[in-house]
Design a protein around this ligand. Sequence first.
Ligand code: TRP
Ligand code: SF4
Length: 326
Amino acid sequence: MNFPPTILSGMRPTGPLHLGHLLGALKNWAGLQDSYRCFYMVADWHAFFSEYEDPGMIREYTRQSVADWLSVGLDPEKSTIFVQSAVPEHAGLHLILSALTPLPWLERCPTYKEQLREVTGRDLLTYGFLGYPVLQAADIMLYRATAVPVGNDQVPHLELSREIVRRFNGLFRPVFPEPRPLLTESSRILGLDNRKMSKSYGNFIALSDPPAEIEKKVRGMITDTQRIRLSDPGHPEDCNVFSYHRLFNPGQLAEVEDCCRHARLGCTDCKKCLAGALADYLAPIREKRESWLKGDRVGEVLEAGTARARAAAAETISLVREAIKF
Ligand code: TRP
Ligand code: SF4
């Protein structure tokens, strides 16, 4: 079977988007728009699986996420941008796939075990959360996606999706392509505290942070820990501030490096300089974001995207119902 090159990817609306999302996913998503049919989805049901006790913020984060996507270059003329729960076929296919997904496949999923271990303060020992990857498979399969851009951490989920595809195609008929992972060549960015940048660690710079907030956050960053006095030569290769300069201030990189090594630049000034560069880098994004949030432009994008997504999803569901003889 020949399937048209199609991308589906999604993000959970659980908080403001930050530099990690930008470099780890969004730039990549934007770059795929010219060579694939692209479906980009706000995975609000997936957010509900972990936030079900207090889901009130999901709706607002959904709107904010879409504004962020649009402001970094996702183009609603090229890509179908939509919200998972607005396309009821996701829940429908999830139900069908849940009939044929063996329980042990889900129980041995490493991300599931890891989340149960690491997430504290809420009860994730639920039937729904165990089935998280089944819903993800449904997302991908509904658009008969041939490729899925994912970060390293999502690879086990995608492998499960491929297994579910093979199982469906083998039991019935080859309705679905096996989606292949497009691994994001991410210029990994660490959080302000040198751990992975993540909402739950509170160590991020949001795409929507105003300059004063950026400056405050950068001021608190960890630098080269061997450098104690201004007169000590610094080691930029061991300094996270420097790796941010590399990403966001390439024009002054050589100068910063040289001055740091020769103790001609203090960390406080170095951070001020970075905060300025970051604010400049994010300024056009913030501006676009504001303009997308004016009126109900986000709502209009979503309405058009949902209509397109629903049409594609309905077509797949009718193939599925034929295949399972319903
Ligand atoms: N699980 C993904 C995340 O937490 C979000 C997601 C939902 C997704 N459905 C998907 C990603 C389908 C890729 C494909 O980031
Ligand atoms: Fe890091 Fe800049 Fe300080 Fe050098 S001067 S150690 S690069 S913060």
